[in-house]
Design a protein around this ligand. Structure first.
Ligand code: NAP
Length: 254
């Protein structure tokens, strides 16, 4: 993705994978700037450490409690941001231009790291009420404490009772992902008016999205979230806004 954008913008650069152990993260990441890197994306298990080594943190990364994008400045400055929520909401709005989180209640499945980014983006977009449910209920309760009054926690066993009048249903669990457990929910009560999105993108059309499509719901897959979360970092590193094209999606799908 970044290689495509670098080429499109005629920037002489590279985006490369680096594997760093948690023990070395704090020591090695600041060294990257000295080696000419302008920034980095960080993923599990480093998202919290990335926040901790930063000299400056964006409000959204602070609220989410994790960073996925680092930008190296002069004199050892490290700016930490979290662009997952931006990617999540921009993806939906690009696919369904008339959708807004403010149109009605949402139900979020899952309370892991990605759920935090999704919650912050939904709240930012004016969601009036967000139901959240997680297999381990205590984690959902902790999200309610962090994100406030517009969040209500429901039991995992009560999902089907709460599907009637949703504006948006979002899967942020790893259920349905290749190699993970199957999504096994009773979606009988899902309304065709609900927009259903899955942040899992392998497979691209998850079981949840298949069922939702059959019920006449609008669906949005998770690949766009991955693509759009890359935009703010690229802009900050290179001063250019990268374009998302159908060709880019095709390249990623291959
Ligand atoms: P995480 O922090 O490990 O959270 C995993 C979540 O899945 C937890 O809520 C966990 O519930 C739930 N879960 C796992 N197995 C389950 C099962 N058998 N039954 C019910 N719930 C189960 O992971 P994450 O970082 O939030 O990522 C979650 C998924 O989103 C991954 O598949 C990841 O690839 C995807 N993702 C996609 C994007 C994108 O750009 N599209 C971005 C970030 C993440 P418990 O708390 O009960 O364990």
């Amino acid at each position: 993705m970044h290689g495509y954008w670098l080429e499109q913008n005629k920037i002489n650069g590279h985006y490369i994978p680096l594997s760093i152990s948690p023990d070395d993260f704090r020591r090695l990441v600041p060294e990257l700037a000295k080696m000419g890197f302008v920034g980095a994306n960080v993923t599990i298990p480093h998202k919290l450490s990335a926040l901790e080594i930063a000299t400056k943190v964006s409000d959204r990364a602070q609220l989410i409690g994790a960073a996925n994008t680092l930008t190296f400045g002069v004199d050892g400055e490290i700016f930490a941001d979290n662009t997952d929520g931006y990617g999540f909401i921009t993806n939906i709005k690009t696919v369904c231009r008339d959708w807004a989180a403010s149109d009605g209640p949402s139900l979020v499945l899952g309370a892991g790291g990605a759920a935090r980014a999704v919650l912050s983006a939904l709240l930012d977009d004016g969601a009036p009420q967000i139901l959240i449910t997680n297999r381990t209920r205590s984690k959902a309760d902790s999200l309610k404490r962090d994100f406030g009054d517009r969040i209500s926690v429901i039991d995992w066993a009560d999902i089907s009772k709460n599907l009637y009048a949703l504006n948006t249903l979002i899967n942020t669990t790893s259920l349905g992902m290749v190699g993970k457990d199957k999504m096994d929910l009773d979606l009988t009560n899902l309304s065709s008016q609900t927009l259903v999105t899955d942040i899992v993108y392998t497979p691209l059309e998850t079981e949840l999205l298949k069922i939702a499509s059959r019920k006449g719901c609008r669906t949005v897959d998770g690949l766009g979230m991955l693509i759009y979360q890359g935009i703010p970092g690229f802009e900050k590193w290179f001063g250019k806004t990268p374009i998302v094209t159908p060709e880019l999606r095709e390249i990623l799908l291959k």
